[in-house]
Design a protein around this ligand. Structure first.
Ligand SMILES: Nc1ncnc2c1ncn2[C@@H]1O[C@H](COP(=O)(O)OP(=O)(O)OP(=O)(O)O)[C@@H](O)[C@H]1O
Ligand SMILES: [Mg+2]
Length: 470
């Protein structure tokens, strides 16, 4: 109900106001003096008050201030007997929404009331949106997991959050690098400050410099206004440099200087602007390898890598999968307004077997998709297309192809071999090891890990198969 208070010492006027505004379906209270009006306003603030500026007990301007201090969003329309500019200006300056001069007709009152309520509603809506936004900023990052690997990560978050120490987060895509960065920010003393993320891979190289450091007006064609860079935007908070390995080499020196001097130099300006930011960066590339290839500066690497955190891929912490699955089902059920769905253990087993190369992001998307498409109250293997691909078209198809090839050869050139077993196995081993070494750019340690064999065994194999030169 739209509530209005009328404060006036003239009882006739109060009565007329009450009748006509009630007729226009407002709920109207009245007060004969300032003190009474203040009491009503304090008890339950009104969105709109019509106020006679000349009251027996109160100075008009003072009452405006007091009414508004009880509730800043209250709109006050001042009624003055003498239509003087002076009164009007002072009333507006004291915070009145509008003013009218007596005598006035009742239509005018109604129009003003409508206008005031419209304005009040708009402002309330903006405030509501704003508080929702700031709630969002405050939202606590939820990290699911109980595996030893993820517990180590949680402990690290706790340790590094308190200080401003620079952290480098490494991990495959979708392992939660950004979420961990947000968690560090959330548990730090900078929590109330902004969390600003910038993805080096997502911004074209020629725009990255001004995006990071800002630019002055006229710095280049099209720079019609001064623009704050992300460093300045993050001042007082945390700057998250995502996919730092993708940063152009030429810009890395400028980043290093900014980190060391805690200052940025916007493009096209001379000034050096101090910034107070905590930097967290993330990469899914091997920065040390990029250093060897002269694509990443080693001095910047040491500057960023004061503390490094390695996020485990999902396949190495499968024990967390069931809880993650339930977490995402619940999250998206609410968000999508989907009907309640369960996941029976027959469906959970294949999820546990699948390697999830896209990690938690892939799992999250798979569940979201399944919830949208499934019409049943239970999710089944059919709701996860990647599982089918892995089991039938993946492993089995490979095996079938090989079987076919072997059968063909047994009919022909393999017909009377002496050493078939060794020779055939070698023919699988060679392309397998070659391909894996190529994928790991010749890094034997990584290749051995991927193959699941000992590094010495791999070395021996390389020699045996004479793969050394490559
Ligand atoms: N431990 C976790 N518990 C719950 N949700 C998680 C967890 N880790 C990651 N997520 C969710 O998985 C998704 C991917 O996480 P995030 O974006 O942080 O990963 P990323 O490593 O930055 O990925 P990318 O390399 O693809 O940018 C996000 O929606 C995130 O909320
Ligand atoms: Mg990310």
């Amino acid at each position: 109900m739209k509530r209005i208070l009328v404060i006036d010492d003239d009882s006739n006027l109060r009565w007329v106001f009450q009748k006509s505004l009630e007729h226009a379906s407002y709920e109207v209270d009245t007060a004969a003096n300032g003190k009474e009006g203040m009491e009503l306003q304090r008890r339950h603030p009104y969105p709109l008050i019509f106020l006679d500026i000349r009251l027996p007990d109160y100075s008009g301007l003072q009452v405006i201030q007091d009414l508004r201090s009880a509730s800043p969003s209250t709109r006050i329309i001042v009624m003055t007997a003498q239509d003087t500019m002076q009164n009007a200006i002072e009333a507006m300056r004291a915070g009145a929404f509008d003013y009218i001069a007596k005598p006035f007709d009742l239509d005018e009152i109604e129009v003003l009331a409508t206008k005031a309520f419209e304005n009040w509603r708009l402002v309330e809506e903006v405030q509501e949106l704003r508080s929702k936004l700031s709630e969002k900023k405050e939202e606590m990052p939820i990290l699911i997991g109980k595996s030893p690997a993820i517990k180590t990560v949680f402990k690290m978050i706790g340790k590094v959050a308190a200080s401003d120490i620079t952290v480098l987060i490494e991990g495959e895509s979708g392992t939660g690098k950004e979420l961990v960065a947000r968690a560090i920010h959330y548990y730090s003393s900078r929590k109330e400050g902004p969390f600003v993320a910038i993805n080096m891979a997502a911004i074209p190289n020629n725009l990255l410099e001004s995006e990071l450091f800002g630019h002055e007006r006229g710095a280049f064609t099209g720079a019609i206004q001064r623009k704050e860079g992300r460093f300045e935007q993050a001042s007082g908070g945390t700057l998250f440099l995502d996919e730092i390995g993708e940063m152009p080499f030429e810009l890395q020196g400028k980043l290093l200087r900014a980190l060391e001097q805690k200052c940025v130099e916007p493009l096209g300006g001379e000034a050096s602007i101090p910034v107070d930011v905590r930097v967290i960066s993330a990469t899914n590339a091997d920065l040390e390898q990029l250093i060897q290839k002269n694509r990443f500066r080693s001095d910047l690497f040491y500057r960023l890598n004061v503390i490094s955190m390695k996020l485990p891929p999902l396949r190495e912490r499968k024990e967390d999968l069931p809880e993650l699955v339930r977490f995402f089902i619940e999250k998206y059920q609410k968000e999508l307004g989907a009907s309640p769905k369960e996941i029976p253990s027959e469906a959970m087993d294949p999820l546990l077997e699948y390697p999830w190369p896209g990690n938690i992001r892939e799992l999250e998307n798979a569940i979201k998709r399944a919830l949208i498409l499934s019409t049943d109250s239970q999710l089944t293997v059919q709701d996860f297309p990647q599982l089918k691909k892995a089991s039938t078209s993946g492993e089995n198809r490979f095996e079938n192809q090989i079987r076919e090839e072997i059968e063909n050869r047994l009919c022909a050139e393999w017909n009377n071999k002496e050493n078939l077993y060794r020779e055939a196995v070698e023919q699988i081993e060679r392309p397998l090891i070659e391909a894996v070494l190529k994928k790991t750019h010749g890094n034997q340690l990584k290749a051995a890990r991927l193959l699941g064999i000992n590094r010495n065994t791999l070395r021996k194999k390389i020699e045996e198969l004479r793969l050394k030169e490559e």
